[in-house]
Design a protein around this ligand. Structure first.
Ligand code: AGP
Length: 616
């Protein structure tokens, strides 16, 4: 979760680190800190503050100027130790010579801490990370270089880690380690300067020439170069690549929030994604990044779809596509549950993971199980070169541009498109879908950007409804068929950005318990579009209203009956059934956004959350 950044070069490190942390703030915002090492070998200066990066910036501005061209910075999502100035990273050793930042959990920190204390080390913070600084210090005191000391130290840590470290006695050097799937480390190759970061967001403004550390790899960067090693200290050559990410899409521009910007970008995100995955005339799929997985689609007998949060909802929708287009059993599972079962997998199972970031720890661990079992793997991802894309046999990239709001929006819609195309490709490879059906399904995609744009053109409607709806503390979201995951997504969006309790249910389940919740203070959002088993949904609506519950219904344009039944209605255009979840999700995003604004919530950085979940 946490964001880490490092810089070494001729410029002052502090402003570069702070900008880098701003770019990574979506990963955690409980506290932030930087350490800057003077080129002279003098003491490493640390500034850190609880809360958002603005607090750190104020501390840096108000204090003694930080001079030096080498530094590391961290934005924290707290795991061990509450958010506070003291628990903020960077952490230093007793002597102050070694300074570290860390993303991950030292699972055996209690025993390490006891051992270090017994050896005379004193601890300043409640964090697990501080043990790393003390362990590295022990090693450098014995004569090892920082890089060697970090390798020896990581051998003693349980869990997954991304670590950057400085040693006052080695000016101009940053050592880094990536162990397991706690988070990546990107190395950026500049002109006479080098960069390190948890992800591309903090590097892309400086260089597009990058390499991603793999599990078990170590790096030492100076202004003039980058050296990579394996756990035994053998030199390895990093796989350099030039990334195409567009930094402009990371800027908030005219919008009040990234989430709003990203909602409004959805027609373009869809059009870019669809344009990259199909050609229309003649209709054909072009899944260019499928790699070795392409040849295995024809032998696929079963599909397992995995994801977390919003990406899990995309996977739930994708299941139907595989069943229909490829005619094979498809299952969907939460990656964090899957990884702790004994899942039955084989070489004829296609494992499809959905992760917009490509960094989610549970997804990566599930992928490791699938690899062990010899299953083919395709990942749906929005970040070229992200970890999942390096583990999978192939990828289907979404072209949504960078998503900065913690609440996923445009990456959901584009992930559904990617799943649709992958399912079509599987159906085609297996000979299950006819050429005519395939051509028609491909053509269907073309209308999506326009359909979503037309929903967004009515965005005022949500602003008008929000004041009345924002007073409720509970919501029920109901849907059937493909609208069931849409209902779950609507509930997730509402709870994460407005802190309102919301339940997403299959509408058929309503009478099996949830109906007991309904009263005048517990409204229901019902997805009752033409394709969502509408007549059954009308029954649900009537049953809710009979118990005094207010209803907001999402209906298909032209529906004249449901608007007469319910208090609030939102209409969406009539699109092909299988693509309707893409359009039906948009009103729920807009509604959540407006309700969160009404309640004064921090839409882009909701409490307790982080954009990318890299620890368990
Ligand atoms: C939803 O708004 C959240 N951002 C969250 O549920 C997210 O979808 C989940 O953490 C998975 O992230 P990923 O797609 O990057 O793997």
């Amino acid at each position: 979760m946490c964001g880490i950044v490092g810089y070494v070069g001729p410029r002052d490190a502090a402003p570069i680190l702070i900008q880098g942390l701003r770019d990574l703030e979506y990963r955690g915002y409980d506290s932030a800190g930087i350490a800057v090492m003077p080129n002279t070998g003098d003491e490493i200066a640390i500034r850190k503050r609880e809360g958002k990066i603005a607090n750190l910036e104020a501390a840096v501005r108000g204090g003694v100027p930080l001079q030096g061209g080498t530094g590391i910075g961290h934005t924290r999502w707290a795991t061990h130790g509450r958010p506070s100035d003291t628990n903020a990273h960077p952490h230093h050793s007793c002597g102050g010579d070694v300074v570290v930042i860390h993303n991950g959990i030292v699972e055996n920190y209690a025993e390490l801490k006891a051992e270090l204390k017994a050896a005379g080390h004193t601890f300043a913070s409640e964090t697990d990370t501080e043990t790393i600084a003390h362990l590295v210090e022990q090693q450098v005191t014995e004569g090892l270089t920082l890089s060697e000391a970090l390798r020896h130290t990581t051998a003693r840590l349980r869990g997954s880690h991304a670590i950057l470290a400085l040693n006052r006695k080695e000016p101009g050097v940053i050592a880094g380690a990536r162990i397991g799937n706690a988070g990546g480390i990107v190395v950026g190759f500049g002109e006479g300067e080098s960069f390190l970061a948890s992800d591309l967001a903090a590097v892309i403004a400086h260089t597009r020439d990058v390499a991603f550390l793999r599990d078990g790899e170590f790096v030492t960067v100076t202004a003039s170069g980058v050296d990579c090693f394996d756990q035994d200290g053998r030199t390895i050559t990093p796989e350099r690549r030039v990334v195409p990410l567009d930094p402009v899409s990371a800027l908030k521009g005219q919008y009040r929030h990234f989430m709003l910007k990203e909602i409004m970008e959805q027609p373009v995100a869809l059009s870019d994604t669809i344009g990259s995955l199909i050609v229309v005339d003649p209709p054909e799929l072009q899944l260019m990044a499928l790699g070795a997985a392409a040849a295995r689609l024809k032998d696929t007998k079963r599909v397992v779809l995995l994801g977390m949060g919003t990406s899990l909802h995309a996977a739930m929708i994708g299941r139907r596509y595989f069943e229909l287009f490829a005619g094979i059993p498809a299952e969907v599972d939460n990656a964090s549950e899957f990884r702790y079962r004994e899942p039955v997998l084989d070489a004829e199972t296609l494992v499809v993971t959905v992760s917009q970031s490509g960094e989610t720890v549970d997804v990566l661990e599930a992928m490791a199980i699938a690899r062990e079992a010899g299953s083919a793997q395709v990942t749906i991802c929005n970040v070229e070169g992200a970890q999942t894309t390096r583990v999978a046999d192939g990828a289907v990239y979404t072209r949504a541009g960078m998503e900065r709001g913690v609440a996923s929006t445009k990456t959901l819609l584009t992930s559904i498109v990617a799943l649709y195309c992958l399912a079509l490709a599987t159906g085609k490879a297996r000979g299950h879908i006819s050429p005519q059906d395939l051509a028609g399904r491909i053509r269907d995609l073309v209308i999506l950007p326009e359909a979503v744009a037309s929903v967004l053109a009515d965005a005022d409607v949500y602003e008008q409804m929000a004041p009345a709806l924002a007073r409720f503390n509970d919501f029920l979201f109901l849907g059937r068929g493909l609208a069931y995951p849409v209902a779950m997504e609507g509930a997730l969006k509402l709870k994460e950005i407005s802190y309102i309790h919301a339940e997403g249910y299959a509408a058929g389940e309503m009478k099996h318990g949830p109906i007991a919740l309904i009263d005048r203070e517990f409204p229901t959002v019902a997805i009752a579009t033409r394709h969502a088993l509408r007549s059954k949904m009308v029954s649900n609506i009537e049953q809710v209203q009979a118990r005094g519950g207010e209803v907001l219904a999402i209906v298909t344009e032209g529906d004249t009956e449901i608007p007469g039944l319910v208090r609030y209605t939102v209409s969406i255009p009539d699109v092909p059934e299988l693509l309707e979840p893409i359009v039906a999700t948009v009103p729920l995003q807009c509604l959540s956004y407006q309700i969160a604004l009404q309640r004064g919530c921090d839409v882009d950085q909701p409490r307790n959350l982080a954009k990318t979940v890299t620890v368990e």
